[in-house]
Structure formats: C-alpha cells, structure tokens
Design a protein around this ligand. Structure first.
Ligand code: KIV
Length: 295
C-alpha cells in the first residue's frame, strides 16, 4: 500500500478518541490468529483485541484466569501479522499486573515490543489508576475494563451483571472517572445495566466500549467466535450471532468424512499425474516400480 494512503487509513489512539467527539461509533472485535485478524481488519473494524478470552475460546480453559502472558504474546504476534489498519490491543492477563506496578509495566512493554500491540487493556478502576498513570508515562496507551471483569469472578461469585444497586453503580462511575483521570484512552464496560453505561458514556470524555452494556456506549466489542456462531449455545443474551458457522463447519466435516469413506474424495482432478511419456513407460514396464525401502 502507498505509505501516505496507509498513514491516512491507519486507526490510531487519537483517532479512536476523536470518534467520540464526532459522534461516530467505534467497532471492536477480538481475534486470536492470523487468518481471523486478516478478515476482521479487511472488514474495517477499528480495534482488534487479543483478549484473555483466548483462554476459554481457543485454549479450552474454563475461565480466563489460567491465561499466561506468554500465551497472549504468542497470539498477539499471529494477529499482528494479519493486522494492517486496525488498532491492535493486547490484554494483560490475570497475574501479569497484580503483584506490582513494575510487573505491570514490564508485562505491557512485552506486549508492545514482542507482540506488536499498540495499546494494552487491563481490568479494574480506582485501584489500577496508579498503574495506568505509569503505563501512559511509559508511552503505552491503556484501555481500561470495568463492570463484569472476568478476572474478578471469584470475588463476584461468578459471571454476574455488576452495578445493579445504586451503591455499586456509583462505584463503577467513580472507577470510570478514575481511569479517565489516570489517562486511559478508552474504557470497556462489560455486563452492566444499560442506563448505567449510558450515564458513564455521557459523563466521560473518553469513549466507552460496551459488551453487554447496551447501545448508548460509544462503541461495541464482541468475541469474534460468538459473532460467527462458532461458540456453543447457550450464549450470553448480549451476543448476536451474525452467522451459524458451527453448523456450516460441522456439515462440511461430515461431508468430507463421508466422501473419504466411500472413495469420492479425492477425485482424479484433485490428484497429481505423471507426464504422458512417464505414464507410457510405466504402462509398458513388465515389473512394478522398484521398491526402495528405508528403515
Ligand atoms: O478478553 C476479552 O475478549 C475481553 C473483551 C470481551 C472485552 O476482555
């Protein structure tokens, strides 16, 4: 691509922030591999997140808690190779920023230097403000994440909608103001009542990105496998599956199996052939090809 054109169309942190001022919605999706990143990027989605949902969606863990920084980095690198235009955000996994601010800065630096991330996401509000400040001072843009933060499931007692009482809602609002004040460029609001998300969105200058937080947020994010209908049902009520790729994929695999079993796959057209003269020599030969067996 022409470098001038590329610079014009590249999504950056300031551009994401401008979207809010201009009243334009921000589109975000997760991706964990090269091919999916290429699809999401080509579709014009603004932000690609290599989320720690990697753990449940790709690695088969029963929560996001076991995900390691090395696992995030491995998938970030793959997604980096498939992403040209979208802003690439790497999720700091559980345990990679909970010991000290230094640990969090080191983890975020690795996401940028080794994984090619242009920003990092971390969970938590007021208690994470000092770390957010340190990261921004270290030139690393931060997307905060509030509400139903999956790294806190043991504190919450499960995946429960947050901010349902006025006290809890005020706390989330205070968290949102704290992360904005600390320098976060955007904040994900997950699993909170629509009216709370709308109120936070009105009060903040930085964009809110909703997932299970209603339509008033400045942007939306989904897990790409949910959107494609690849994850098993029942899915959370905030998920809209725009395709049913699980059914399509299963049907394709069953068709392949049936074709192999009855000899319909591969066909002659799907096979390689000798040149005509080699074929003739082979047909004329009395003996089959000499077998060269090596052990
Ligand atoms: O890990 C993730 O995918 C996320 C988004 C769903 C916000 O945190």
């Amino acid at each position: 691509m022409d470098p001038v054109q590329e610079a014009v169309s590249k999504i950056t942190v300031p551009l994401i922030q401008r979207r809010k001022l201009e009243g334009e919605k921000i589109t975000c999706l997760t991706a964990y591999d090269f091919l999916t990143a290429k699809l999401v990027d080509a579709a014009g989605v603004d932000v690609i997140l290599v989320g720690d949902s990697l753990g449940t969606v790709v690695l088969g863990y029963d929560s996001t808690l076991p995900v390691t920084l090395d696992e995030i980095l491995h998938h970030l690198r793959a997604v980096r190779r498939g992403t040209r235009k979208a802003l690439l955000v790497g999720d700091l996994p559980f345990g990679s920023y909970h010991v000290s601010e230094e640990q969090g800065v080191e983890a975020a630096l690795r996401c940028v230097k080794e994984g090619g991330a242009e920003a990092v996401k971390l969970e938590g509000g007021q208690k994470r403000a000092p770390l957010i400040r340190r990261l921004v001072e270290s030139e690393i843009p931060v997307m905060a994440h509030l509400g139903l933060t999956p790294q806190s499931i043991h504190i919450f007692g499960g995946h429960r909608v947050q901010g349902k009482t006025l006290d809890d809602a005020s706390e989330i609002l205070a968290d949102a103001e704290a992360v904005e004040e600390a320098g976060a460029f955007a904040v994900v609001l997950e699993g909170v009542p629509r009216d709370l998300a709308a109120s936070v969105t009105r009060r903040l200058r930085i964009p809110t990105i909703g997932i299970g937080a209603g339509p008033e947020c400045d942007g939306q994010i989904l897990v790409v496998q949910d959107l494609l209908g690849l994850t098993p049902e029942p899915r959370p009520k905030f998920v809209r599956a725009y395709a049913n790729l699980a059914a399509t994929a299963r049907q394709a695999i069953e068709n392949y199996r049936a074709d192999v079993l009855c000899g319909r796959f591969p066909s002659d057209a799907e096979s390689y052939h000798w040149p005509a003269e080699v074929r003739q020599q082979f047909d004329k030969a009395d003996a089959p090809l000499p077998l060269r067996v090596k052990f």
